[in-house]
Design a protein. Structure first.
Length: 534
């Protein structure tokens, strides 16, 4: 709740207003003017009066956030995706500024750069903090610097900062341009950003700095912005980034992790609580990285892992050191340090591999029935996997099974006891890990099956052990453990193989004690290290 109108109501207002205000071929400046009109007490369009009244009842930072959000909702969907324009809400912007100050940023002295200035969430917040510190509007305006690729959004942001300061800006605090190609002449005491994200082709990448943070074929905008931010922070300066949590554990972000550690000391890696209640239309888990530029991150140095956002708690912040190898994944610390499993799926005799069939690349092999003498096997789709149900093949468009044809035998054909896990989940699903045993009748009837690439296949020589492992993977305790090592909605085969689990002996004992209740057994088994070698 905002204290006046709920977020859901404000979002509904904003979506409705965007439909009324957006026009074909609308210029960026016309879009900005339409949004700025809502800052006035009276407007020409009566249909917007409800939204206008709701905005004027909000604190300034919330009002600015929703005006900026309206701008993004007015963007054509293709442009919005290309620019990856998603704004930082006030609760997160405030937390990031607090973390930057705690890291050594001096409100009274240091200059600031935001190379992805967006709706001025950080610069406006900092302007407010500097005003409270009794700096003059002119001095504040000369200390804040932003770059924004969208001309209208840059103009809108300048207006919001001026309103925050209560005075006209003596200079363009935010300039229009692509920060990845813009000549930035200075270094700063704080470089802060919520950069855009999304893959880029090497044809669109300027220069060779990408090699420091990315692999060819997997260059993400936010990795490039991370490199830029560290490059333009002065020695001893603070870098604060709101970025997708995939950087913490994604195998293809090892260069980025190593680069960050080479540039200075990592101070904090914060999780944002209640993602679905914080960011608008964002389907990724988000983290806050705070580092101090200088000597490489000291081996064994402790890093804090706070939680920020509306659902943040007052519990003490957990600290732990980063892995010894610079490029290794940065898992979140266990919620309770006593919860140590000491085993992996291999200890359960379970092998893990990615699903095989990419249907939209080999459509000619996907058929709804097998012709006479045609060799093929039923296809299990990710949607066929449901908790607490044996998995059976059902077609993409109907209940009858789809089949994948084969000319020869293939290791992709599963002919033994197996389970299937969804490889990608969405933020509406309560679990990241969703797995189900494949009904043995599938093997009996067709001799085997295959799965699509959005699945993970788990197999074992002993079906009973596999079924116990799947019961364990489907518990909340294990799901929470996985979420702490992975920052994306896609389940990684590598991370799944490495996932810390209770030993088979500990889980079997706890399962018997809990009368078959897997949830209770998993919680208990994580706290029975004495059975680790049983």
């Amino acid at each position: 709740m905002t204290g006046v109108v709920s977020k859901s109501a404000l979002l509904a207002h904003a979506r409705s207003a965007a439909k009324h205000l957006a026009e074909p071929e609308q210029t960026a400046m016309a879009r900005a003017d339409a949004c700025l009109d809502l800052l006035s007490d009276i407007g020409a369009d009566e249909r917007l009066n409800g939204f206008r009244r709701a905005l004027h009842a909000l604190p300034m930072d919330e009002r600015h956030y929703w005006v900026g959000t309206l701008y993004t909702l007015m963007l054509p969907s293709k442009l919005r995706r290309a620019q990856a324009t998603y704004f930082t809400p006030p609760v997160v912007a405030d937390a990031v500024v607090d973390m930057a100050i705690a890291a050594g940023f001096d409100l009274a002295k240091d200059d600031v750069l935001d190379p992805a200035a967006g709706g001025a969430a950080f610069l406006s917040t900092l302007a407010g903090r500097m005003s409270i510190a009794e700096l003059s509007p002119r001095e504040v305006a000369h200390r804040l610097n932003g770059i924004e690729i969208d001309e209208g959004l840059a103009a809108l942001s300048r207006r919001l900062i001026a309103e925050r300061l209560g005075a006209p800006l003596p200079r363009d605090v935010i300039v229009t341009g692509d920060a990845l190609r813009y000549s930035i002449p200075a270094s700063y005491g704080l470089v802060v950003a919520n950069p855009p994200y999304g893959r880029m082709s090497l044809d669109d990448v300027h220069g060779y700095a990408w090699k420091r943070v990315a692999h060819s074929g997997h260059v993400n905008k936010y990795a490039l912005f991370t490199e830029l931010c560290f490059r333009h922070a002065k020695p001893g300066g603070v870098v604060a980034l709101v970025i997708p949590s995939s950087f913490r554990a994604g195998p293809l972000y090892d260069r980025m992790r190593a680069f960050i550690r080479s540039q200075g000391e990592v101070l904090s890696i914060a999780s944002i609580a209640g993602r679905e209640g914080v960011f608008v239309d964002v389907a990724q888990d988000i983290s806050v990285l705070v580092a101090r530029k200088g000597k490489p991150h000291p081996c064994g140095a402790m890093v804090s892992f706070p939680i920020v956002g509306r659902a943040a708690t007052t519990a003490a912040t957990v600290e732990q050191s980063l892995p010894q190898e610079p490029g290794d994944a940065w898992p979140l610390p266990a919620a309770d340090p006593r919860d140590i499993g000491g085993a992996t799926l291999a200890d359960y005799g379970v092998a893990v591999r990615a699903g095989y069939f990419v249907w939209n690349r080999e459509k000619e092999r996907l058929v709804d029935k097998l012709e006479r003498r045609q060799r093929g096997y039923p296809l299990i789709w990710a949607k066929n996997v449901r908790l607490n149900e044996d998995c059976r093949p059902a077609g993409k468009k109907n209940r009858k099974a789809d089949f994948v044809t084969f000319d020869d035998d293939s290791t992709a054909i599963i002919k033994t006891a197996a389970a299937v896990m969804q490889r990608t989940t969405n933020d509406k699903q309560p679990r990241r890990l969703v797995a189900a045993m494949v009904d043995p009748a599938v093997i009996e009837k067709w001799g085997g099956f295959v799965t699509e690439n959005h699945t993970i296949v788990l197999t074992a020589d002993e079906p009973d052990k596999l079924r116990i492992a799947i019961a364990l993977l489907n518990t909340a305790a294990v799901d929470q453990r996985y979420r702490r090592v992975s920052g994306t909605a896609a389940v990684s085969v590598t991370l799944l193989r490495q996932l810390d689990l209770p030993t088979p002996a500990a889980f079997a004992f706890a399962l018997a004690e809990a009368n078959g209740d897997a949830e209770a057994a998993a919680r208990a088994a994580y706290r029975q290290p004495e059975l680790a070698d049983a």
